[in-house]
Design a protein around this ligand. Structure first.
Ligand code: PTJ
Length: 234
């Protein structure tokens, strides 16, 4: 079903061909993880939900794969946390941006940033179209949720002083290492979990949320995920 969604997304111009390859790489890691949500990912989802709720100006960055796999959950997560939604593509074309915006709007998004002329600000130290962002979105954000992100851009966002939360099945990727919080799990499982956790934590006081974030050590969490892949832990 997940593959069908991606192939359908490819035919509808949401997903780029490279996105299908990226998904295959993700599937290999998912297989090694046991194709289920492991304990470290549950902890990461809780910390990520807390951090999104604490952030003053969070943005959910949506690429082609995310638009094909979980448009409904992106809109729900924005609704619960108050985060903005921005289309931000590695392989940027106007057609894809518009198709992804329309897909998000079909699922209830009221505002989708980063499309066309809106993407006029630049992430420093990044070349070509990958650096274009919305001045009212990612450029001004204190926290950016970037599932399935490319390593260069994740590192550049972190260097800009932004908090980075990612979902990446590869605990060894540069994105996984650069992020403040990495959820090592399949996007199709972690997005519904993130929405549920954000709903559960909404309304908790800032100290409680901050504790969840402070107690989360990304390097330690990545090491735990790697141990599961190696067969050393459950
Ligand atoms: O839509 P665009 O133009 O922005 O392009 C999107 C892709 C995904 C093609 C682009 O961002 C890219 O090339 O990403 P990378 O560098 O291949 O990184 C994708 C990472 O996500 C890899 O580490 C994969 O293992 C991982 N991944 C793939 N599918 C999933 C996943 N992680 C979680 N859930 C998945 N379903």
């Amino acid at each position: 079903m997940t593959r069908e969604r991606l192939v359908d997304g490819f035919r509808r111009n949401l997903v780029v061909a490279e996105g299908l390859i990226a998904h295959g790489r993700g599937e290999a890691f998912d297989y090694l993880l046991g194709e289920r949500t492991p304990e470290p990912a549950i902890k990461a989802v809780r910390a990520a939900a807390a951090l999104l709720l604490l952030s003053k100006n969070a943005v959910l960055s949506v690429n082609g794969n995310a638009a094909a796999l979980c448009p409904k959950e992106v809109v729900e997560l924005a609704g619960v946390t108050g985060a903005k939604i921005e289309v931000n593509l590695f392989y940027r074309t106007d057609e894809r941006e518009l198709a992804i915006k329309a897909e998000l709007e079909r699922h209830g998004a009221r505002q989708v940033l980063g499309v066309g002329e809106r993407a006029s600000a630049r992430i420093p130290e990044l070349s070509s179209e990958r650096r274009r962002v919305d001045p009212d979105g990612i450029f001004a954000a204190d926290m950016v949720f970037v599932p399935l992100e490319d390593g260069d851009r994740a590192e550049a966002l972190a260097r800009m002083g932004k908090g980075v939360i990612t979902v990446d099945l590869n605990p060894l990727s540069r994105t996984a290492k650069a992020a403040r919080i990495t959820i090592v799990d399949n996007l199709v499982r972690s997005m519904p979990a993130l929405v549920q956790e954000a709903r559960a934590l909404k309304g908790k006081d800032a100290t409680t949320l901050q504790q969840l974030v402070d107690n989360f050590d990304n390097d330690e969490n990545l090491a735990e995920s790697l141990a599961i892949i190696r067969g050393g832990a459950k």
